[in-house]
Design a protein around this ligand. Sequence first.
Ligand code: CU
Length: 161
Amino acid sequence: MTRCVIAFVTLMAVFVLTTQPDAAMAETHVVDMLNKHPTDKKRRMVYMPEIVYAKPGDVVKFVPTKKGHNVESMKGMLPDGVKKFKSKINKVFELTVTQPGVYGYKCTPHYAVGMVGLIVVEGDNVRETLEKAKSAKMAARAKKVFERLFAEVEKKLNAGS
Ligand SMILES: [Cu+2]
């Protein structure tokens, strides 16, 4: 009998928690920090996926799957009003993205070898912030990776409109 009551209370708690509109809508996107690309063996030090497509309010969770990585925002690659960020090496880092637009970030120790990624938060300013990110200062190998990622985002935007 007691077990029945506990089960009922638990079920109600789960129901209440999962039916909160905000909690149900926000999504968590996991990004692995890796030493090797899972399929392209020539590529080292990568975020997987390299581009996260999110909605305002979502969480991007960076996981130190392999050691030695972190996440740091790229100067000139954040939508207006978004504060710069930098995580600690080997620590899980959660970024709640409230502002729409394109966010560029890098791994502090592996920036020179091109360990960079993008977050694209749905909104009216995506094209505008993409152009802003393109004109930011980038190191040579990071630039090569960013250019490929920018082209991917552009392709997706053009396919969607
Ligand atoms: Cu790294």
